[in-house]
Design a protein around this ligand. Structure first.
Ligand SMILES: NC(=O)c1ccc[n+]([C@@H]2O[C@H](COP(=O)([O-])OP(=O)(O)OC[C@H]3O[C@@H](n4cnc5c(N)ncnc54)[C@H](O)[C@@H]3O)[C@@H](O)[C@H]2O)c1
Length: 367
């Protein structure tokens, strides 16, 4: 691609995520121009075109792929369509920014990777944390050895938005672990610097009674713990459709603990009587030493806020790999592992949803 020319973009799927991307391109992503929109629902795509001033709208995504001025596509359809659209886009020589989760199965991810490799096009996945300055700074500190070795990455994402009807169907969405918490799966892998080795999960439907009869395997609350290949640990708390937040429900945090008690610097300031207690009981440190210990603890414990919006920055990064051949920050190769984690969880308690072990709201049970 000519490194000075404009990059023509088509957004496929003009629902919630697609319209955020599309508006980003209209409002100015360097070198990019939104030239086409596609959505299988005619009314939706016409309304989107009207709103954004885009004339070329299609109900068949393949027509957008044939558009002569489209160089790259954003895929923001239900997840079960990501692989089919991405493979077709690659075959038409289009670069791809595909929303997360990458696809439903590992096999679909493999097909996407093979097609993009064959075509020599860039495939990026919509993990906006990979472009967040806070996350990048945290990662840089970890990589610099600044906080010691990472023992545990703990991340919580409780999504406030109501699931779309297609999300209740696990064949289309792969469930909340994929739909909401693929961000967290990616974060645990990224911050721990390791692949998942063992995964344990429990889940239940606590606040979505409307899905229970039609989609008995849908869950809206999930806990996943993992052992990483490098021996570290991960924990993910997930939820979807949290309408009334307690405040903490809407927070997205990552804490990166480390082997505090093996840290000589910290041991040096702890009175001997607290050396044997657990790291999270450091409050026991006597007044004179509290300050010093807090300071060390702070420097060695990271809490990172996750971005909530799909901002300009991520869309703009569609450009960098095309311009200078930079490696994308969230390439498909990394995201494909998420599907294996979800599938593994599915074969545990998450997969047992609909059976007797299926969770329900404790208050409802008591009543
Ligand atoms: N990165 C993030 O934080 C983030 C946030 C929201 C959604 N997403 C992802 O974006 C994707 C879409 O989610 P959403 O919330 O926007 O869903 P949505 O239901 O609001 O939008 C999906 C759109 O795709 C359209 N569509 C369906 N079949 C199509 C087809 N064959 N061709 C073209 N369009 C088709 C639908 O008509 C709809 O307008 C999902 O994979 C979701 O996980 C990511």
């Amino acid at each position: 691609m000519d490194t000075h020319s404009t990059i023509g973009v088509a957004v496929i799927g003009t629902g919630r995520a697609g319209m955020i991307h599309a508006a980003n391109f209209v409002h100015g992503v360097r070198r990019c121009r939104l030239v086409a929109l596609a959505d299988s629902v005619e009314q939706a795509v016409l309304a989107a075109g009207n709103e954004l001033g885009v004339e070329d709208t299609y109900t068949d995504f393949r027509a957008a792929l044939r558009h002569p001025h489209v160089d790259a596509v954003v895929i923001a359809t239900p997840t079960s369509l990501h692989a089919e659209i991405a493979v077709a886009a690659a075959e038409h020589g289009k670069h791809i920014l595909c929303e997360k989760p990458m696809a439903i199965t590992v096999a679909e991810c493999d097909a996407m990777l093979a097609a993009t490799e064959r075509a020599g096009v860039v495939l990026q996945i919509g993990f906006m944390r990979r472009y967040s300055e806070d996350f990048l700074a945290a990662k840089a500190r970890i990589d610099a050895g600044d906080i010691g070795s990472v023992v545990q990455v703990k991340t919580l994402t409780h999504g406030p938005s109501q699931p779309k009807p297609w999300m209740f169907n696990l064949q289309h969405s792969n469930g909340p672990l994929a739909e909401v918490n693929s961000h967290d799966i990616d974060t645990v892998r990224w911050m721990s610097g390791s692949e998942f080795a063992d995964v344990y999960a429990i889940a239940g439907n606590y606040r979505t009674p409307e899905a229970q009869s039609t989609h008995p395997d849908f869950y809206d609350q999930v806990l996943l713990v993992s052992r990483m290949a490098n021996g570290g640990q991960g924990s993910i708390s997930g939820a979807q459709g949290v309408k009334v937040s307690s405040g903490a429900d809407l927070d997205v945090e990552i804490e990166i603990a480390h082997d505090l008690l093996h840290d000589r610097e910290l041991l040096g300031v702890l009175p001997s009587e607290v050396r044997s207690v657990r790291a999270n009981e450091l409050e026991l440190v006597q007044d004179a030493r509290r300050h010093q210990a807090d300071d060390i603890r702070q420097r060695r414990h990271l809490v990172v806020r996750a971005p909530r919006r799909l901002g300009h920055r991520r869309a703009a990064d569609l450009v960098a790999p095309l311009e200078h051949g930079d490696a994308p920050a969230a390439p498909g190769e990394q995201a494909s592992g998420d599907q294996a984690v979800v599938a593994t969880a599915d074969h545990q308690d998450v997969g047992a949803l609909g059976h007797a072990s299926y969770g329900s709201a404790p208050s409802a049970r008591a009543a």
